[in-house]
Ligand binder design. Structure first.
Ligand SMILES: Nc1nc2c(ncn2[C@@H]2O[C@H](COP(=O)(O)OP(=O)(O)OP(=O)(O)O)[C@@H](O)[C@H]2O)c(=O)[nH]1
Length: 474
């Protein structure tokens, strides 16, 4: 099942095919309910005249309820059962991720099924009396309660994550939806103008030129094959293509951060242009690892920009982590050398290295970064475990070309995408994956120390396209 269907199924309980089938079934059921109503009324009229005295209300009620119930039961079972049992692990994962957003459909189900649930309530009441007598034997052991607390915590943090992705991507989502709806409103038929407009829409949405062209080309074929004519079909096919292409391109991608496997410090080297968010990301990450009980050291490797050292030192103070620094204009490699030595000698778990971000002089930057890397690897052969390129996500295509340039100068192992919260250019993740194949590992969703998340492609895509996925095919 592609990502599009996985998200759709997790949210609505059905993928497109099931949705169509269930709509047809509902229509059939409604029709048969109508028939039953007519039959029942006739039967009652014929059978018992006493009952027919007060016939209309109860009769209608009793004939309505089974009819309604059977439809509602199907729906509620669809939602809860599909979410809970029939789904694959992948869907269960997405389910966890989209949980807070299922509140609306679930609420509907709850209110619809309140009448049906009464008998279960009674059962559970009688259960509870048994439970009370049994409390000594069934009460949770401390280990069990620890486990459930852990799970509660995990669930809470999952929900928080989803909410933050959702909030952070609001601007991107709205901006894409607006453009997309405008494009659809102008839709008349699938002709050359349609493909021109589609390419323009996708390029403007920062999914990248190559991705836009690929989608357009693939759609030409698909549209022919599927004989897509209606506006809703067009919308469905485009969003599905965007999401599933992204999913497919990421099959080999590992978005997790790598750590030292020995008892030696892990080193992350941060690169990126001025203002992209390197120092802020280092501060946030230092806070994260510090909170996890790890011993963290920072290295002020940007000795070039006035104020960069103080800025890192300020973060160090804020999150209570030491900073290895020297005077401005010192050779950054020597600062990093001192930091690595200190990290080894004082048993630090993690060393986060800031660097200068001058792109105007590509050669100089390359030499400097290579030198820093050499210094690190000489002392710690497995390090740096990550070379993280920090990109300002709000710069759209500019971020993509920066990534291309940096990747030429130094081997980047992962991307940190910052400022997604204030940006309408979230579509850039599609371009990064489809065109660069460098895994995004972290996303910045705000300026505060907690506003950094491990990158989760499915949550991101869900946050970016949710209405278009969930609402599509309807
Ligand atoms: N809204 C938002 N702002 C961010 C995020 N990350 C960084 N910023 C802001 O971006 C600005 C630049 O961040 P820095 O961390 O100084 O960037 P830098 O790459 O270290 O810049 P130099 O030190 O000049 O090389 C600061 O005002 C940060 O607060 C983010 O995820 N969201």
């Amino acid at each position: 099942m592609g990502l599009f269907d996985r998200i759709k199924k997790a949210f609505t309980g059905k993928d497109d095919d099931e949705e169509k089938k269930s709509t047809e079934e509902s229509i059939e059921k409604q029709e048969s309910t109508e028939d039953t109503k007519e039959d029942d009324t006739q039967t009652l009229e014929n059978v018992d005249n006493n009952e027919v005295e007060k016939p209309v209300e109860p009769t209608e009620k009793s004939t309505d309820e089974p009819g309604e119930k059977s439809i509602e039961t199907t729906d509620s079972e669809d939602v809860s059962k599909k979410l809970d049992t029939t789904n694959t692990d992948e869907v269960t994962k997405v389910k966890e991720e989209v949980k807070p957003h299922t509140s609306e459909p679930v609420k509907e189900v709850e209110s619809n099924t309140s009448v049906q649930e009464e008998p279960e309530d009674i059962e559970s009441e009688s259960d509870s009396s048994e439970t009370i007598t049994d409390t000594t034997t069934t009460s949770e052991s401390p280990a069990e309660s620890d486990e459930s607390t852990d799970e509660d915590e995990k669930e809470k943090s999952e929900e928080k994550d989803v909410k933050e992705y959702d909030e952070g991507l609001k601007k991107s989502r709205n901006s894409f939806s607006t453009r997309f709806n405008h494009f659809l409103a102008n839709f008349r038929s699938v002709d050359e103008d349609f493909f021109d407009d589609l390419e323009e829409l996708l390029i403007e949405s920062d999914v990248g030129y190559e991705t836009a062209m690929r989608i357009s080309d693939e759609l030409r074929e698909e549209v022919k094959l599927e004989n897509v004519k209606k506006r809703s079909d067009v919308s469905d096919v485009i969003v599905r293509k965007l999401v599933d292409m992204y999913d497919e391109e990421g099959k080999e991608e590992d978005n997790s951060l790598k750590f030292s496997t020995d008892k030696v410090p892990t080193v992350f080297l941060f690169v990126g242009v001025n203002g992209a968010g390197k120092t802020t990301t280092i501060g946030k990450l230092a806070h994260r690892y510090q909170q996890e009980g790890k011993k963290v050291l920072l290295a002020a490797g940007d000795t070039f920009r006035a104020g960069a050292i103080e800025q890192l030192q300020e973060w160090g103070r804020r999150v209570d982590v030491p900073v290895e620094a020297s005077k401005p204009q010192t050779d950054p490699a020597s600062v990093v050398f001192d930091a690595v030595k200190r990290a080894i000698n004082e048993n630090f778990d993690i060393l986060l290295v800031d660097t200068a971000g001058r792109l105007q002089n590509k050669e100089g930057l390359m030499r400097e970064l290579e030198k820093i890397k050499r210094v690190i690897t000489r002392e710690l052969p497995e390090a740096p475990q990550e070379v993280l390129l920090v990109l300002d996500g709000s710069t759209g295509q500019n971020a993509l070309s920066q990534a291309k340039q940096f990747n030429e100068t130094t081997e980047v192992s992962g991307i940190v995408l910052t400022k997604i919260d204030g940006s309408s250019q979230g579509g850039i993740v599609l371009a990064i994956r489809n065109e660069l194949h460098i895994p995004v590992k972290l996303v910045g969703l705000g300026e505060q120390m907690d506003d950094l998340r491990d990158f989760d492609p499915e949550k991101f895509i869900y946050g970016l396209f949710k209405e278009l996925i969930v609402g599509s095919g309807k």
